[in-house]
Design a protein around this ligand. Structure first.
Ligand code: PMP
Length: 416
């Protein structure tokens, strides 16, 4: 007879989970992001949420899409509802190359691997390249979902500062020099060059070749994450790092912000030599990305004015960005500063010394406004005087009201 012994709770950890002793060591790095923990409170209707980064899909042509989904089932149903290749639907991979050409990338469709959102691309790339203890260099602050992937594979993040022109090349060089001196293995630079999440800044064109060059010099790969690149408010685009150095840049793309996030279709464009490993990693993660969703994206791109649709999205976001910046100017107390995004979803705010944005958050939620506190965007606990405000989702009126409430909370915090 087997004895049914209770699992002993570990000291210092909560004992509600009887499986605590069984988890792999790497799960120690898996903690709920502060932002996800916020979602429940922030989604109460009386709270103006400037916290989440949900794309605003209101401008999508739902009738057209509904007809197209029906056509796919009628015309290609048995293929659309079947497994496909881990590599992705060929027609969509051709179209993805056309999308990337808008930012100067020349790619062969065979080098494109379709993923379940670019988040899966991040996971796969980290899985392929990072052993526990390896270093990933990332901007400080950086995308919280990327930090989650790095920590899940026990990679260590070294942050490099940005200014209003994006990642600072001398900072990157210094970090690489220090790592080399310390004998640490740097696996890649993870960077979001355009309309940064969360910082709202864009890497200056003059810095791009320099950053590519520095990474070459130190033998470090670049992982370029670019979900917002086509959301410049003036329709401006920037040369992708991938277009400068195709053999040393893994590029991550996504239809989440330019079409529909719920379809979960993104892609990785890897250097040719990496492609095969990437397909194998994709296969072991999901067998194949969802055929049906890929066909929806492909038909949409083939038959709809998708560039015109992106323009509509951009106009929506620009109106919201304007509402946020003018409200910040009008209401935020002296001593606060913030970035001026010219695309994307986010403003990064720095508050006066003595205010702790993480500690302040519950009081802000009581005052019916939510934001994402800065510490979630750093791997090293920095960011307590920073916060990310998202303007993508609420209406301009709600944004103005949210900033008014936030300013009042900040003022009372500064009086304490
Ligand atoms: N990278 C960045 C910088 C993001 O902001 C996001 C989503 N917020 C992602 C990747 C993941 O996007 P998805 O998986 O929807 O393509």
């Amino acid at each position: 007879m087997t004895e049914n012994r209770p699992v002993k709770p570990q000291a210092g950890r909560h004992n509600l989970d009887p499986h605590l002793d069984r988890y792999a060591a790497r799960t120690a790095g898996m903690t709920a992001s502060e932002i996800r923990a916020l979602f429940a409170v922030a989604s109460r209707p009386e709270v103006v949420s400037l916290a989440g980064g949900m794309p605003n899909l209101a401008a999508l042509p739902l009738d057209t899409l509904s007809a197209q989904v029906g056509e796919i089932i009628a015309e290609e149903g048995l293929v659309a509802l079947q497994y496909g290749s881990a590599h992705g639907v060929p027609a969509l991979r051709d179209q993805i190359c056309e999308v990337m050409a808008l930012e100067g990338i020349k790619a062969h469709p065979d080098d494109v691997v379709v993923t379940v959102g670019s988040q899966m691309g991040l996971d796969m790339v980290t899985r392929l390249f990072c052993d526990p203890g390896d270093i990933v260099i990332a901007e400080g602050p950086s995308y919280v979902g990327a930090l989650g992937s790095f920590s899940a594979y026990q990679a260590k993040v070294v942050h490099v500062a940005m200014d209003d022109q994006g990642l600072v090349p001398e900072g990157l060089r210094e970090a690489l020099k220090q790592a080399e001196k310390a004998g640490q293995r740097v696996k890649f630079l993870y960077t979001i060059p355009n309309f940064h999440n969360p910082a709202g800044v864009t890497l200056a064109v003059e810095r791009r070749a320099e950053i590519v060059e520095i990474c070459r010099e130190y033998g470090v790969l670049i992982v370029e994450d670019n979900p917002y690149g086509l959301l410049g408010f003036d329709g401006q685009t920037y040369p992708a790092l991938r277009s400068i150095d195709p053999d040393n840049v893994v590029y991550l793309g996504s239809f989440s912000k330019t079409f529909a996030s719920g379809l979960r279709v993104g892609w990785v464009l890897a250097p040719h030599a990496v492609r095969e490993k990437l397909v194998l990693a994709a296969e072991s993660a999901t067998l194949c990305p969802p055929t049906f969703n890929q066909m929806i994206v492909s038909r949409y791109l083939a038959t709809h004015d998708w560039k015109g649709q992106i323009k509509k999205f951009r106009e929506n976001y620009r109106e919201r960005r304007d509402a946020m910046l003018s409200a910040l100017n009008q209401h935020l107390p002296p001593g606060c500063s913030w970035t001026n995004p010219d695309g994307g979803f986010y403003v990064w705010v720095t508050v006066p010394e003595g205010v702790d944005t993480k500690a302040m958050l519950p009081r802000a939620v009581t005052a019916r406004v939510a934001y994402a506190s800065g510490t979630g965007f750093y791997a090293d606990g920095f960011g307590s005087r920073q916060m990310r405000l998202s303007y993508c989702y609420p209406t301009p009126e709600r944004i103005r009201e949210g900033v008014r409430r936030l300013a009042a909370v900040l003022e009372s915090e500064m009086d304490l």
